[in-house]
Design a binder for this molecule. Structure first.
Ligand code: CA
Length: 233
């Protein structure tokens, strides 16, 4: 992933939050620029193409909503996926954000895995060639396009949910993930399932991954959730 890396613009006036997002996207191999105001974002967007924009609603000067409206009016920018960051939880505001042309929204405070999952889902739709088709962690290799997982030479057979679960684990390797984060990231926020369903699917994934004598890359974190790691297991 060098010249093909997706370029993401983060429009956020809170410097620490912008940096947190930048750091985490960069660690996934994505290129990130930051604009602290809508006005600066407009200038950057006029200068170079972006594959995705993460846009804070509440900005000094031009609001995120207004910037989104402007982006949608121009031919050069109307197709760029936009994720709106909002501190407002009201349904009406969310709907307003989406009707202005945002593709998705994330409510503050959000978790890093949540925003990563949304960024990747949108990029996969809008610019599939810009994100890596293959994930590798330790001896586990996952091919997104072919929907295929191998561990050393062995093919690991997974159902569709276990496959999505493994993608999410591999993208967030080394992190402790709560059942809620797994639910949001794999099933989506509006799914009507509970933590026990997550446990069932994690159990199946585990069984498929460790068949034979392979080590278990999934660690149960008591009272919290799970962590995936292929380091020193
Ligand atoms: Ca703000």
């Amino acid at each position: 992933m060098t010249e093909q890396t997706a370029h993401i613009l983060v429009v956020e006036d809170e410097a620490a939050l912008a940096e947190l997002i930048r750091y985490n996207l960069a660690s996934q191999g994505l290129r990130v620029s930051i604009a602290p105001t809508g006005e600066e974002a407009e200038m950057l967007v006029a200068e170079e193409p972006f594959d995705l924009i993460i846009l804070d609603w509440m900005l000094p000067g031009m609001s995120g909503l207004e910037l989104c409206r402007r982006l949608r009016k121009r031919e050069a920018t109307q197709a760029i996926p936009v994720i709106m960051l909002t501190a407002r939880g009201e349904e009406a505001d969310r709907v307003r954000g989406l009707s202005t042309g945002a593709d998705d929204y994330v409510v503050k405070p959000f978790s890093v895995p949540e925003i990563l999952a949304r960024v990747k889902a949108l990029l996969r739709r809008a610019a599939p060639q810009r994100i890596a088709d293959t994930l590798q962690r330790g001896d586990i290799v996952l091919d997104r396009a072919a929907h295929r997982v191998t561990r050393r030479a062995r093919e690991v057979r997974l159902g569709p949910t276990e496959f999505k679960l493994l993608v999410f684990f591999m993208e967030n390797a080394g992190r402790v993930l709560t059942r809620q984060q797994l639910l949001d990231g794999v099933w989506g926020r509006d799914a009507f399932i509970d933590g026990r369903t997550v446990d069932v699917h994690v159990g199946r994934l585990r069984k498929a991954l460790i068949r034979g004598t392979d080590t278990d890359p999934i660690r149960t974190v008591r009272g919290t959730g799970y962590a995936f790691s292929t380091d020193a297991v």
